[in-house]
Design a protein around this ligand. Structure first.
Ligand code: RP5
Length: 161
């Protein structure tokens, strides 16, 4: 199976969040790789990953990090492959630190920033699938069905729980 999506994260501790993206890609039949690539702890790994992203056939990168979350922005500076950033929720500042570190990119090097935490990671998977679906009609069909199933699962009236 082709692996057009790279899911990268700053630490093993980010994986419980980032696997939400992986799960969506599994559901939609999109191939991906998942790697730990830290802007601060493994900068050479970050550099190599960005430098080879195009030649390795990556079409979208989902990058999650928490705290001083420089990974998505640095990756966007190193490759033209679109980068979707996921601010991981932190204990100290609830992920607002991660969000601010990712979202406010300077002109010229965009990161498509998602919501903080698990919902943001899941949406990153959906966003990556949507980007790939532009040139993949079969994936587009699967994504349409996924979206219709979600809509159909929402009840019209609330119930006492
Ligand atoms: C960041 O620091 C990682 O993305 C992670 O969210 C945060 C904490 O990392 P650990 O100390 O849990 O490895 O680089």
């Amino acid at each position: 199976m082709e692996k057009p999506v790279g899911i990268i994260m700053g630490s093993q501790s980010d994986w419980p969040t980032m696997r939400e993206a992986a799960q969506i890609l599994d559901e939609l039949g999109v191939g991906y790789e998942a790697k730990i690539v830290s802007a601060h702890r493994t900068p050479d790994r970050l550099w190599d990953y960005g430098k080879t992203a195009v030649s390795r056939g990556l079409k979208v990168i989902i990058a999650g990090a928490g705290g001083a979350a420089h990974l998505p922005g640095m990756m966007a500076s190193k490759t033209r492959v679109p980068v979707i950033g996921v601010p991981v929720q932190t204990r100290a500042l609830s992920g607002v630190d991660s969000l601010y570190s990712i979202v406010q990119m300077p002109k010229g090097f965009p990161v498509a920033t998602m919501a903080i935490g698990a919902a943001g990671a899941a949406n990153a998977g959906l966003m990556a699938a949507g980007i790939l679906a532009v040139s993949d009609p079969e994936l587009a069909e699967r994504l349409d069905q996924w979206r219709e199933a979600l809509s159909a699962s929402i009840p019209e009236e609330p119930v006492d729980e």
